[in-house]
Design a protein around this ligand. Structure first.
Ligand code: RRO
Length: 299
C-alpha cells in the first residue's frame, strides 16, 4: 500500500522511540512484521538525555523523560545503513532541531544513509534547548517543514504534539508547507509523584505520557485533523490491539504507528495487521485505506 509517498508493507509502523535506537533493533521490528519503522529522534549534536529514572510504568501507560538521547546525525548514519541492509521495510528517520536550519542540517546529514522518508519531530514534550514549543507555533512549523521539504527528495511527515489548544492549525501549517502526511500524536505532558518521599519520580520531574491512557486523545486529534486536511493522517497513541488500530482508522488514520505496546509484545505488528485484514474481509473492504475516516460519514 502506498501512503504519503512511501510503499508500506502493511499499515502498522514502529513509532519513534527507544526500539528505534539501533539498526539491529529497527531490523528486528521489521522482521516482526512492522510495515515500516521509524528511528529514535536524531538531532544536530550528540545528546546524553535526562538522568534516570527516565521512564515510569503506570497502569494506564508510561511516562518517559528520555530527553532526546542520540548520537547526532553523523553517529546515526551507520545505524540506518545497518537497518537498511537487514530489511526491505521502509525506514523513516525521525529528526529534531530547534529551528529550520538545524532540522535541515540533520536531514541533509542523514541523506547519504538513504532514509525512505523523514518524520519531523516538532513535538517532543521536553526538548529544552530545542524549542519544546516549536510544534506549538504554526509559523515555525511551516518554516521548518518547508525548509526540509526543499532540502530533501523523499517524503516528509510531520509529527504533531497534542499539547496545544488547536492541533488543526499546526496540521494545516505542515500541509501547506509541503508535508506528505501528518502524524498524530506525540506524548501528552504528564507527571507522577512518589507519595512516600514526596519526590516527582522522573529525574526530569515531568515527561510524556503514552499508552492506553492517551488513546482517546489521539483518536480525537486524528478525527479533527482528518476533517480539515487533504494529506493522509498517520494515527499514533495507545494502540495495543487491532481493535484500537481500526478505531484510529475510522477516525481518519490511513496507517497507524505503535510505540508503547511493543515493549509488552514484540510480535504485535503481525497480530494487529492480521486483525486489520480479518476486519476488512468481514466487512467487505479490499484495503485499509477504504476505512480511513469512515466515522465522519456516520451522521
Ligand atoms: O526523547 C524523549 O524524551 C522523547 C521524545 Br524525542 C519525544 O518525541 N517524545 C517523548 O515522549 N519523549
Amino acid at each position: 500500500m502506498k501512503i504519503a509517498g512511501i510503499e508500506l508493507k502493511n499499515p502498522t509502523i514502529l513509532a519513534s522511540g527507544i526500539m528505534g535506537t539501533t539498526g539491529a533493533a529497527l531490523a528486528r521490528m521489521s522482521r516482526n512484521g512492522a510495515g515500516a519503522v521509524v528511528t529514535k529522534s536524531i538531532g544536530p549534536v550528540p545528546k546524553k538525555g535526562h538522568n534516570n529514572p527516565s521512564m515510569v510504568e503506570l497502569e494506564c501507560g508510561y511516562i518517559n523523560a528520555m530527553g532526546l538521547p542520540n548520537p547526532s546525525y553523523s553517529g546515526f548514519c551507520e545505524e540506518i545503513g545497518i537497518a537498511k541492509s537487514k530489511t526491505d521495510a521502509p525506514l523513516i528517520a525521525s529528526i529534531f532541531g530547534g529551528n529550520a536550519a538545524e532540522f535541515t542540517e540533520v536531514a541533509k546529514g542523514l541523506l547519504s544513509s538513504k532514509p525512505d522518508c523523514f518524520e519531523l519531530n516538532v513535538s517532543c514534550p521536553h526538548a529544552e534547548g530545542y524549542g519544546a514549543s516549536v510544534g506549538t507555533d504554526p509559523d515555525l512549523v511551516h518554516e521548518i517543514t518547508a525548509a526540509v521539504v526543499d532540502a530533501v527528495d523523499v517524503p516528509v511527515w510531520v509529527k504533531l504534539t497534542p499539547n496545544v489548544t488547536d492541533i488543526t492549525s499546526i496540521g494545516r501549517a505542515a500541509e501547506s508547507a509541503g508535508a506528505s502526511a501528518v502524524v498524530a500524536i506525540n506524548t501528552v505532558r504528564g507527571m507522577a509523584i512518589d507519595i512516600h518521599s514526596g519526590y516527582p519520580i522522573l529525574g526530569n520531574r515531568f515527561g510524556g505520557l503514552s499508552g492506553p491512557a492517551i488513546k482517546p486523545v489521539a483518536v480525537k486529534c486524528v478525527y479533527d485533523l482528518y476533517e480539515v486536511l487533504d494529506v493522509p493522517v498517520i494515527g499514533v497513541g495507545g494502540i495495543t490491539c487491532w481493535e484500537d488500530a481500526i478505531e484510529m482508522m475510522l477516525a481518519g488514520a490511513s496507517a497507524v504507528e505503535i510505540g508503547s505496546a511493543v515493549h509488552e509484545d514484540t510480535q504485535i505488528f503481525e497480530k494487529i495487521s492480521k486483525g486489520i485484514d480479518t476486519y476488512l474481509q468481514k466487512y467487505g473492504y479490499s484495503k485499509a485505506e477504504d476505512i480511513a475516516g469512515l466515522s465522519h460519514e456516520m451522521i
